[in-house]
Design a protein. Structure first.
Length: 719
């Protein structure tokens, strides 16, 4: 990057207003921040009354804050747009079993509504459960609400996300990821410990949220009888297609919360930007040069590699240009593969004279409030995973976001004070964007979700009450995947979970990894398979600082296994344990201490699940061939075969692919390569690989391979 570009933005009047007016039929109309006009159908509606709710009683348990701080927090709570509507909102919640709540980003839906319900003591018969599509949101909001209620996290307010939980018998407000609530439904389809379920950020339409809609709707209806406690349901978002949701939830009333607390000034690109990464970076520096210190910047980009590289460049440019007269930059990457504590680091306040720049994927797009953020820079792009039924693999692609996502990103500014949003696209480009994102269920692999639905007791998947039905083709594909790994038995009119499938559903993992674990006892290596799966769940255990890549690779050479990346990971994990989980040791070996520690924790929890399911955790010590056999049993649909011309073709769909340069197998030509993922960057690369034997494939899935021809070109071509 060479210096700063001229400001690529022009200022436009905020045409979307955030205004409200009254329609001629007397009902309140509300021009939402997404530009749709949405009608209020609250009877006797009109703007919510300004009536106050009186003093809100704060919990005394585990008092953690001093009186001055609590007073400040109470004042903040009372200044939120939702507060004047409190009474009216409660009346509607009391009257209706299911309600849809729409309110501007930052108006107070997520943090306040559960507290209002608790303050009324409407949670006496069961906990209030609030779902979030992402773990960082569940964790950070639970922390904030615990602070607002002056209680310790894990007491009155708790959270539960995959591999991490902080709840107790005293917990009344529980923030969970949608995936976790779905898991709970397996053992309790009536969700009987909850008296309220709040499905937040409904517009995100993750697979888990969509399935939860159906499960929660069924639980509510099944609890609507004299011998059971009723279940109340709230669906919330700032940007959603209300009619679609209201129709689905039996014409549930829609409540509109009016107004936003702080204005956000919008800027659009003057012209189309050819390079969104470069224009995003120049915008960051434009803001950095022109705006006062202590105002932090949140940047939306697409994926881990891009974010790490931009973070590095920003640090470098800040250093090279010796921006001594400007605040010191503290740059934080933020993406899902980071462990929770590293994700939560972005919430740390800046020191005087410092400016925080957070470069994030869409995980910071909804729900969260990051203290200090005044500027949002939106590249307008997102990396999404979609399932390609013809190849049978998920593909990650960078795409344009929808208008709803753009407004959510904008809403991350202006939460504590007025804010600014810089859009790296023109207004015309914005108008051409889709209104809402395509629901994940219409574009992803459904194997996990079908396994969970069956575990919950839903037998006829195509007849399940989906808000939008997935295509019969993708259901068929997932059913086939589950059948070949032995999780289900599919007949023409019925799907039945096998005992193995029932056990697989106990693991919060893709079914193929659960299958690999289940094969552990037979081969005497559950211990090692659990380690590999735990490391895969935390992903980035390698540190490759730019400029020191060669050094890093040399330092890790001693762990390399000729058997492939999985065994290499196992050797690293074992060495980490032998070092007594030493941070310095990780540093010397260019390994990520936090991610390895996270893998230790994940592994501990997987061992607990094995114990619950009576799966013996045996170790094969130094003979590691059985470990690759177990991986083959789970991942045999992800194997590629070497061809005479030296290329690889996947066995499942004959797709051409190559070994990823980061793999320890790169440069060799093993006849059969089992891969964890197929990554598409220009061409298809096999990522995290192991050498496998053709005979093992026939052994683990004879039926599957009878119809797929393994050529057995076992002589290694070119090696
Ligand atoms: N961690 C925090 N630190 C400081 N203030 C916070 C924090 N979390 C929330 N707030 C304050 O509470 C307000 C309401 O947040 P809340 O998440 O309840 O809004 P929301 O309506 O659910 O927004 P969204 O639709 O974006 O999820 C924020 O705008 C902010 O002023």
């Amino acid at each position: 990057m060479t210096g700063f570009q001229e400001p690529p933005f022009k200022k436009v009047k905020n045409e979307n207003g955030f205004s409200s007016d009254v329609s001629n039929d007397g009902q309140q109309c509300f021009k939402s921040n997404n530009g749709y006009i949405m009608k209020n159908n609250i009877q006797n509606g009109g703007p919510y009354s300004k009536q106050c709710a009186g003093t809100i009683g704060l919990e005394k348990s585990g008092a953690t804050q001093n009186a001055g701080h609590m007073k400040k927090i109470l004042k903040q709570r009372h200044s939120l747009p939702i507060f004047p509507a409190r009474q009216k909102l409660l009346e509607e919640l009391k009257k209706n079993d299911c309600v849809i709540v729409i309110g501007e980003t930052g108006s107070g839906k997520t943090t306040q509504i559960p507290q209002y319900i608790h303050e009324e003591r409407w949670d006496r018969k069961g906990t209030i459960c609030i779902t979030q599509p992402r773990r960082v949101a569940a964790l950070s909001i639970a922390k904030r609400v615990a602070e607002e209620m002056n209680t310790n996290l894990g007491a009155l307010v708790g959270y539960s996300v995959r591999f991490e939980e902080s709840v107790s018998s005293a917990t009344k407000l529980k923030y969970v990821t949608d995936g976790m609530l779905l898991r709970e439904a397996i053992s309790d389809p009536l969700l009987s410990k909850y008296s309220w379920i709040i499905l937040d950020e409904a517009h995100e339409r993750t697979v888990s949220t969509d399935v939860l809609f159906g499960i929660v709707k069924a639980a509510q209806s099944n609890r609507n009888c004299p011998d059971k406690d009723p279940l109340k349901v709230i669906i919330m978002s700032a940007t959603m297609d209300v009619d679609h949701f209201s129709n689905y939830f039996n014409n549930a009333p829609v409540l509109y919360l009016e107004g936003r607390q702080h204005p956000i000034e919008m800027f659009y690109a003057k012209q189309k930007q050819d390079d969104y990464v470069l224009s995003t970076m120049s915008t960051v520096f434009q803001i950095h040069k022109e705006s006062p210190a202590q105002h932090d910047i949140l940047v939306f980009l697409t994926g881990q590699e891009e974010i790490d590289s931009v973070a590095h460049s920003i640090r470098q440019v800040a250093k090279d240009l010796s921006l001594a007269e400007f605040p010191k930059l503290r740059v934080h990457p933020l993406y899902a593969a980071l462990p929770s504590h590293q994700q939560l680091d972005v919430f740390r306040e800046t020191a005087p004279g410092e400016r925080k720049v957070i470069i994030s994927t869409n995980i910071a797009e909804t729900s969260i409030t990051i203290p200090g953020i005044k500027y949002v820079v939106d590249s307008g792009r997102v990396k999404i995973r979609s399932f390609n039924p013809s190849s049978g693999f998920d593909v990650l692609k960078v795409k344009k976001i929808s208008q709803a996502q753009a407004w959510q990103r904008t809403g991350r500014a202006g939460r504590e004070a007025a804010g600014y949003c810089y859009r790296g696209y023109t207004q015309e480009e914005f108008r051409a964007m889709a209104l809402n994102p395509v629901p994940e269920i219409l574009r992803s692999n459904l194997a996990s979700v079908i396994l969970q639905l069956l575990a919950v007791g839903v037998k006829n998947i195509l007849n399940f009450d989906f808000i939008d039905k997935p295509s019969p083709d993708s259901v068929r594909e997932a059913v086939e995947q589950l059948s070949v790994i032995g999780a289900i038995i599919a007949s023409s009119d019925n799907l039945e979970l096998t005992p193995a499938g029932r056990r697989m559903a106990q693991f919060p993992l893709e079914p193929r990894y659960a299958k690999a674990i289940l094969c552990g006892p037979e081969h005497g290596c559950t211990d090692e398979v659990l380690t590999i799966v735990a490391v895969l769940a935390s992903e980035t255990i390698f540190v490759n600082p730019s400029g020191k890549k060669e050094l890093a690779i040399r330092a890790r050479q001693k762990f390399h296994s000729v058997e492939g990346d999985h065994i290499t990971m196992l050797k690293i994990f074992r060495a980490f344990k032998s070092s007594k989980e030493n941070k310095m040791w990780c540093h010397e070996n260019f390994l990520n201490y936090r991610n390895l520690s996270y893998a230790v924790e994940v592994r501990r929890q997987l061992v607990q699940i094995c114990q619950r399911c009576n799966i013996p955790v045996l170790s094969c010590q130094q003979n590691l061939e059985p470990v690759r056999r177990c991986l083959t049993a789970g991942l045999f649909t992800s194997v590629a075969e070497l061809q005479i011309d030296g290329k690889y073709l996947t066995l499942s769909s004959k797709q051409e692919c190559s070994i990823h340069p980061a793999s320890v197998l790169f440069g060799g030509k093993p006849a059969y390569v089992l891969f964890t993922d197929l990554v598409h960057t220009g061409k298809a690369y096999m990522h995290i690989n192991s050498i496998v034997d053709a005979d093992w494939l026939y052994e683990v899935a004879p039926e599957y391979f009878r119809t797929r021809h393994i050529k057995k070109v076992c002589s290694a071509v070119g090696s």
